[in-house]
Design a protein around this ligand. Sequence first.
Ligand code: MG
Length: 348
Amino acid sequence: MDAIRMEHGAGGAAMQRLIKERIVRRLGGSGAEVPLEAMDDSAVVNGIVLKSDSYTVKPIFFPGGDIGRLSVSGTVNDIAVMGGKPLALASGFIIEEGFPLSDFDRIVESMAETCSEAGVFVVTGDTKVVERGGIDGIAINMSGMGIRSPALDSNLAEVRRRRALSSEWLLDSNLEDGDVILVSGTVGDHGIAIISCREGYGFESGISSDVAPLNGLIASLLEVGGIVSMKDPTRGGLSNALNEWSQKSGVGIMIHGDKIPIREEVRAACEMLGIDPLDVGNEGKLVIGVVAEKAEEVLEELRRHELGKDAEMIGQATKRYEGVVMRTEVGGLRALPPPIGDPIPRIC
Ligand code: MG
């Protein structure tokens, strides 16, 4: 029998196909400013940025965070990377009968702390309880809305001083030959933090999740200007984010492997697990496409912030190649295809 498999929710090529062929085909056609068909981080309807995300992370408490912090950060980040200023959130809880109230309180308190860090409020929501076994502990849906970030227009004006750009938002399809690619810090931390505390693995990585709301950092980057595209490389990691950009923008991307910041502990854990750190999800990182003339300035601004202090310039969009290619540390060139799915399931 044909059925849903774990990889259908793992943020890679299998999930993209499921969404495109079975969801967008049936539910698309809204004609929104940024519609479902764009399959971008958020939609835009009448100038309102709209996002919905569900969180099923296992375990719910992990080094550096928990499902509550994750739910606020993930939704806020998807609104902010479009050039939106997140304003309000809607939280939907689905809870299993028998779930400890002390754990529930811990989660909601963590949500409150993260909301105040991000400058947003939960303004509506829903609470459902299902019988024992009906769900694995707790799942949270977090939806959110935002308005156009005040600095988005001046940012786009900086782009248009150098080249044409028709979009009014920071879309995955905005990249062009010559744009420089930045990453805001080390990749793979979140996925490795999750798996290292998961039952059955139990290895000590010493790695904490990077989960954090990035809207403050993004607002100050937009002040610098020249940013054409932004994405949070969550499930499927950096390689999935870059491949989505390349496909939607119709331009190649060339990445320098030795420039990608990866913690030694993450590298070691990935080697042990036989997975690529570039396929592993992040929850507090950004990939940024910026016009070449502004790349140094945006990089400097990133490094001024705690959340961007390990930022690097990792590559460039180029029409010389198709898809994503990586210059390896020994100088060879290899294709960097999108992963079928994130190698670590249920990380968010
Ligand atoms: Mg996203």
